[in-house]
Design a protein around this ligand. Structure first.
Ligand code: FES
Length: 121
């Protein structure tokens, strides 16, 4: 069973949540990377070194696609300007120009033979 990241998002406790499946576990392996559009969200699901991550598909710096971002040792590096973000909590770790907000991460949820995330209804 692959390990999930340790990221969390704060949710409105009163909001109804629903499970959104993204992929069957059997389809995942190291090197997997796929982009999803769900409602208004663009997400990337990846597996690297046995760790599965779900994060926003565009860089918080200048919105470059993160579908081909380099991921190593729990750090995601945007291919455009090299900004680095922690995949543990989304924090900006390295900036070459102006600072930007952190990367939005989504906790990986397992249901049966699938994984996905929880979304507000
Ligand atoms: S757009 Fe990603 S680092 Fe600038």
């Amino acid at each position: 069973m692959p390990r999930s990241n340790k990221s969390w998002i704060i949710c409105n406790a009163a909001a109804a949540m629903r499970f959104q499946p993204l992929e069957k576990l059997i389809n995942l392996s190291d090197g997997y990377s796929r982009q999803f559009k769900i409602d208004n969200l663009q997400l990337v699901l990846t597996q690297r070194m046995g760790e599965i991550h779900i994060f926003e598909a565009n860089c918080p710096h200048r919105s470059h696609s993160l579908s081909s971002a380099v991921i190593d040792a729990g750090i995601l590096r945007c291919p455009l300007h090299g900004y680095e973000f922690s995949l543990a909590d989304g924090r900006l770790l390295h900036a070459t120009e102006e600072r930007c907000r952190g990367l939005r991460l989504y906790p990986v949820i397992y249901r049966g033979n699938e994984l996905g995330l929880m979304l507000e209804d």
